[in-house]
Design a protein around this ligand. Structure first.
Ligand SMILES: [Zn+2]
Length: 321
């Protein structure tokens, strides 16, 4: 408060002196820093929470957090998924602008199904770097969304774009609340809660399932969203693991079913892998019954939520009374 008043005093003095001495003091006046403006109201003060998720490619947020996002959206929370790259080498047979456009259309369709907003940054796939310019981009996006919660990859991951998305997300923590970093966008009044998506990487540290969210209720919605991204899950993506292209409606339907079953196994494996944690969080009766799940680790660079705040962030989870 003291600092705010001092800032205003300085500004007022600048105007008053400037009025008397005109051009003589204009250089002195321009040295007085413009006071950065805080986000007028954090969303959580008035409405539901606001969440922003970062993924390296147009499909990562949807795979890792699509079910939880659908639940948030149903609950009236505002969710935005940002892809840090445009995915323009994510196909074994096509690349460049046409693929970037195709993937943008696909991911927008997927996010519409989940009920979340979409943004794809125009950075080439495979070329994301943890630069100052990109740190600023992440900070501006988080502030513009007035995010209460930020999500992203952990920085140990097989893909360099995933790793650097994680680093950029980490680098935005704390800085989003610093008034004079990117003063062109209103700063956040408090550091958001930062969450990592689950992954299978062990070194230097394995993923810790702080929160495991049952997604049984929205599993069909999540699968529908994923399967509209045909360049990835019907045609095989960057490595063409489903090569050759399926020809004809029957072949594509068969491929679709194959991908669907694969995803069901994958999200069931998350619930099974973190079964102990599900039971710990929700009790044995509920925890044992969950079939499909998504899991999150709380990043130590963001605000550390209390148990009560976690319930507010995930109000749809079957917390015990
Ligand atoms: Zn990816």
């Amino acid at each position: 408060m003291k600092r705010t008043l001092a800032g205003i005093g300085c500004f007022v003095a600048g105007i008053a002196v400037g009025a008397f001495f005109g051009g003589l003091v204009s250089s002195a006046r321009s040295q007085a820093p413009a006071k950065p403006v805080a986000a007028a109201v954090t969303a959580s003060d008035k409405e539901g929470l606001r969440i922003i998720g970062f993924g390296a490619h147009p499909d990562d947020c949807e795979i890792r957090a699509g079910g939880t996002a659908a639940l948030w959206s149903k609950h009236g929370y505002a969710v935005k998924f940002v892809s840090a790259t445009n995915g323009d080498i994510g196909h074994w047979q096509m690349a460049g602008g046409p693929l970037a456009q195709r993937r943008l259309r696909e991911v927008m369709k997927a996010d519409k199904i989940l009920g979340v907003a979409t943004e794809v940054l125009d950075i080439h796939d495979g070329e994301l770097e943890p630069t100052l310019e990109n740190r600023r981009k992440f900070v501006r996006l988080i502030r513009s969304w007035r995010a209460d919660v930020v999500m992203g990859h952990r920085p140990n991951d097989y893909h360099p774009d995933h790793r650097y998305t994680g680093v950029l997300m980490q680098d935005s923590a704390f800085m989003v609340a610093v008034p004079y970093f990117c003063p062109d966008v209103p700063y956040l009044r408090r550091n958001p809660v930062y969450l990592y998506y689950y992954d299978r990487f062990e070194r230097p540290t394995p993923f810790r399932p702080d929160v495991v969210i049952p997604i049984d209720e929205v599993i069909d919605q999540k699968l529908e969203a994923l399967l509209v991204m045909e360049s990835q899950f019907i045609e095989g993506g960057a490595l063409g693991y489903l090569r050759p292209l399926p020809q004809g409606a029957a072949a594509r339907a068969a491929r679709r079913e194959q991908a669907r079953q694969g995803f069901l196994r994958r999200f069931a494996a998350v619930a099974d892998q973190y079964r102990d944690r599900l039971i710990e969080l929700y009790g044995p009766e509920v925890g044992k019954k969950v079939r499909y799940a998504e899991a999150f680790e709380i990043c130590e660079y963001g605000r550390q939520p209390t148990a009560e705040e976690l319930r507010k962030i995930f109000p749809f989870a079957p917390w015990p009374d």
